[in-house]
Design a protein around this ligand. Structure first.
Ligand code: FAD
Ligand code: SIN
Length: 546
């Protein structure tokens, strides 16, 4: 018997986007928040540098807008940029009201004011932060509020598998009315039903071998939305962060761009500075430029890593502003006060995603997307540092307002079919799953990474086609597990990235190809549209009518 959970709104994901949306709804709606691990396990919790907003009298909104447009290399939607930047100060006030403590300092009048730091691409100091663990401060405060809200139920260790889309199941009506989710404790599949479903599932950087992201960044929301009939855009623009710690025991540890903002210098193994050769802003050039320069120098020298030197910043500043980076490096035997930090680029942020309007609505009625899984037009071909948390909060507030304006609904959707596993068996060869995971992430790194060519992309396309058919066959015949769900989604997202990269016959922002090194004079988005929804044989076999 499939367990059923009826709600007004189901939110899939518990990062800044999901939790802020839930809090915006809690006054007037019964909300379920699903999270595939503990609530706190998200990119949001790992965010370091901070959140960008114009709060300094010497800064102005227009400067933040122009910086974002410049970083986005001609592909940002100006309307979306203005929309987000103008709502930035209000989003910060909302976060402060939720209990988030940002670092302050004494202003010229002796009163405390926010301490603002600097990052690449920003022409002013405008990054609010909580030392070097801003994400933890944000998610901690939002989590506390969500857990205390009587109208919000939290379902940790529940992995969304697929959206209930009525057309696909041959049911009456149209649109999304729920989601099937694997309860990782019981091993059973449950159905969550609601007239509104919000995808807040984060990005897909786990598609690459080296990433700054937590394990759960597998693009589940983008894959589910595509299967449900939503368009996706600009999936070729995956951002590589220039400086992740290079150490055998340091999986996914980021060395914040704020260190460069405060004066950190990039050096070759022989100590030479090199960034000025690549961009007039040197270490504070946009992220795509810095990552490509590091990649170029590593390949030219055959080096395993390059170095970020912060020794001249002094122990006092490093201890005050970067205590977590200092501590983590010390645990690994690197004293950043005295020696340079070994760094390499790693996949960091998915600029493309599910196409939404400025109210978060997707192409499927009842389905919303918010945060890193969405494509709002804000980031263009390269996201500017610290604009992501801002985007999460601004659009979470828009999505909750849009849903609240439609409540209460007088009709309840007809129940979704039960999940039926009578025709599948337990996974007999988990090695197939782990092997395919490794293969996928390796070839994406080698062929669809920082520097691309048509030949490498064609190789990747060939491999992804084989992998996807193997994974489809496996998925059709075996019970779902977390690894299998994630692998299926990663393979689909990898395919979307490869298709998008093949479509873009120019170099722009994060997409750099040796075959088309020039930037086209007419910027255009890469829009991919799924085939029209039809009855899905696999879905029907799994989800038999009661
Ligand atoms: P996330 O925070 O990633 O949350 C996604 C949630 O969805 C998780 O709870 C996950 O468990 C859940 N989920 C996913 N799939 C499923 C599923 N199938 N079923 C159920 N739940 C699911 N940005 C900035 O603006 N400033 C920074 O300083 C900054 N620093 C960063 C540092 C690091 C190390 C990283 C990795 C990112 C950083 N970013 C930063 C980017 C920013 O943190 C993210 O883009 C942002 O937090 C994304 O928020 P989100 O809510 O969209 O997704
Ligand atoms: C960082 O602290 O370098 C990450 C900032 C971001 O990704 O926005």
């Amino acid at each position: 018997m499939t367990a059923r959970h009826p709600y007004d709104v189901i939110i899939i994901g518990s990062g800044a986007a999901g939790l802020a949306t839930a809090l915006g709804l809690a006054s007037a709606a019964r909300v379920a928040v699903l999270s595939k691990e503990q609530l706190r396990m998200s990119s949001t919790s790992w965010a370091q540098g901070g959140i960008a907003a114009v709060l300094d009298a010497e800064d102005d909104l227009e400067a933040h807008i122009q910086d974002t447009l410049a970083a986005g290399a001609g592909l940002c939607h100006e309307q979306a940029v203005r929309f987000v930047v103008e709502r930035g100060p209000d989003a910060i006030r909302w976060l402060v009201d939720q209990g988030v403590h940002f670092d302050t300092e004494a202003g010229p009048d002796g009163h405390p004011r926010f301490h603002l730091t600097q990052e690449g691409g920003h022409s002013h100091r405008r990054i609010l932060h909580a030392a070097d663990a801003t994400g933890s401060a944000v998610s901690g405060s939002l989590e506390e509020r969500v857990r205390a809200a009587p109208n919000i139920d939290v379902f940790e260790h529940h992995v969304a598998i697929d959206l209930v889309v009525r057309e696909k199941l041959g049911l009456e009506g149209s649109g999304c009315t729920g989601v099937y989710a694997l309860n990782r404790h019981s091993g059973g599949v449950e159905v969550f039903e609601a007239p509104f479903v919000v995808l807040a599932t984060g990005g897909a950087s786990k598609v690459y071998l080296y990433t700054s992201n937590p394990d759960g960044s597998t693009g589940d929301g983008i894959a589910m939305a595509w299967r449900a009939g939503c368009r996706v855009a600009n999936m070729e623009f995956n951002q590589f962060h220039p400086t992740c710690l290079f150490h055998p025991q340091a999986k996914s540890f980021l060395i914040s761009e704020a260190l460069r903002g405060e004066g950190g210098l990039l050096r070759l193994p022989d100590g030479e500075r090199f960034m000025a050769r690549f961009h007039p802003k040197a270490e504070l050039a946009p992220r795509d430029v810095v990552a490509r320069a590091i990649d170029f120098e590593m390949k030219r020298l055959g080096a395993d890593c390059l170095y970020l030197d912060v020794t001249h910043l002094g122990a006092e500043k490093l201890t005050a502003h970067f205590p977590n980076i200092l501590r983590r490096c010390a645990e690994l035997g690197i004293d950043i006060v005295k020696e340079p930090i070994p760094v390499v680029p790693a996949a960091h942020y998915t600029c493309g995603g599910i196409v939404t309007g400025l109210n978060g609505r997707t192409d499927v009625p009842g389905l919303y997307a918010v945060g890193e899984c969405s494509f709002t037009g804000l980031h263009g071909a390269n996201r500017m540092a610290s604009n992501s948390l801002l985007e999460c909060v601004v659009f979470a507030r828009e999505v909750s307002a849009d849903i609240l304006s439609q409540l209460p609904l007088n009709t309840m959707p007809t129940p979704a079919p039960s999940w039926d596993e009578s025709q599948v068996t337990d996974s007999d060869e988990d090695v197939v799953i782990s092997h395919n995971w490794d293969e996928l992430r390796h070839f994406m790194w080698d062929y669809v990474g920082i520097v691309r060519t048509d030949k490498r992309l064609a190789r990747a396309r060939h491999r992804i086609e084989l992998l996807r058919s193997e994974i489809h066959e496996y998925y059709s015949n075996h019970r779902v597990s977390n690894d299998l769900i994630e692998l299926r989604n990663l393979a689909l997202v990898a395919d979307l990235i490869i298709q998008s990269a093949l479509n873009r016959r120019e170099s722009r922002g994060l997409h750099y190809t040796l075959d088309y090194p020039e930037t086209s004079p007419t910027p255009r988005d890469t829009l991919l549209t799924p085939s029209p929804l039809r009855l899905d044989a696999l879905a029907m076999r799994r989800w038999q009518m009661q």
